[in-house]
Write a protein that binds this ligand. Structure first.
Ligand SMILES: Cc1cc2nc3c(=O)[nH]c(=O)nc-3n(C[C@H](O)[C@H](O)[C@H](O)COP(=O)(O)O)c2cc1C
Length: 199
């Protein structure tokens, strides 16, 4: 089926927990710094994510704005569109996954899958803490690897901008329009099936 013809809605089709309902990838941040215990809480949520063989391949490098060069380095890796707004986020997190199993040294084919789960936990914990976590795939991976001396044994995930949500009024016009537009999701019937694919 053509994606354009697939049904999307802005409404919940069933009850979900508040953190899922309230989470969103906002582009507006207050300049208010983040408390150290809140940062720790984000990584604690990631820590308790499930992973293949309980290998826990997720790895994070974080930097807070105004405290050293690392935040600036991470910020400078973002693409132009992301730099428009992510510079207001007091916390930037680079997420990575070790791509070989700790115990065997053999390739871990689900390392990035596990990292995605950990990042989802982190994002929901951010919502619980009243924070906005916005994941970004739009950054220069090669340069990031080079600048941060990241070995090949790590696959790069997203950079996550975290901070207290500002509000649409803090954003420039184009981003404000985007921020205020409805959030669509495909209907469950488009992606949940109870039969095999047709031949
Ligand atoms: C892997 C991944 C990469 C993303 N990359 C970007 C990005 O580079 N820039 C951006 O503004 N948003 C990015 N997003 C955010 C998505 O655009 C956002 O999650 C999606 O539009 C749904 O909106 P919501 O998170 O508010 O529900 C990314 C999200 C994910 C999960």
């Amino acid at each position: 089926m053509e994606i354009a013809t697939m049904e999307k809605t802005t409404e919940l089709e069933a009850a979900v927990m508040d953190q899922i309902k309230d989470r969103r990838s906002s582009r507006s941040y207050l300049s208010k710094p983040l408390e150290a215990e809140k940062i720790k809480s984000l990584f604690e949520a990631a820590r308790w994510a499930p992973s293949a063989m309980n290998d826990q391949p997720w790895t994070y490098v974080f930097a807070t704005k105004g405290e050293g060069e690392l935040w600036v380095k991470l910020y400078s890796m973002l693409n132009d569109g992301n730099r428009l707004w992510a510079g207001n986020a007091p916390l930037l997190i680079l997420s990575m996954a070790r791509n070989t199993y700790r115990n065997y040294g053999t390739p871990n084919p689900t390392a990035l899958y596990d990292l995605g789960a950990a990042n989802a936990f982190l994002s929901l914990q951010a919502t619980e803490l009243g924070l906005n976590a916005h994941q970004m795939g739009g950054y220069n991976r090669e340069k990031t690897r080079e600048l941060l001396n990241i070995p090949d044994t790590y696959d790069l995930g997203v950079i996550i901008a975290v901070g207290y949500p500002g509000g649409p009024e803090l954003l420039p016009e184009a981003l404000r329009v985007r921020e205020l537009s409805p959030r669509y999701r495909f209907s469950q019937k488009e992606f949940v099936h109870s039969k095999a694919f047709e031949k």
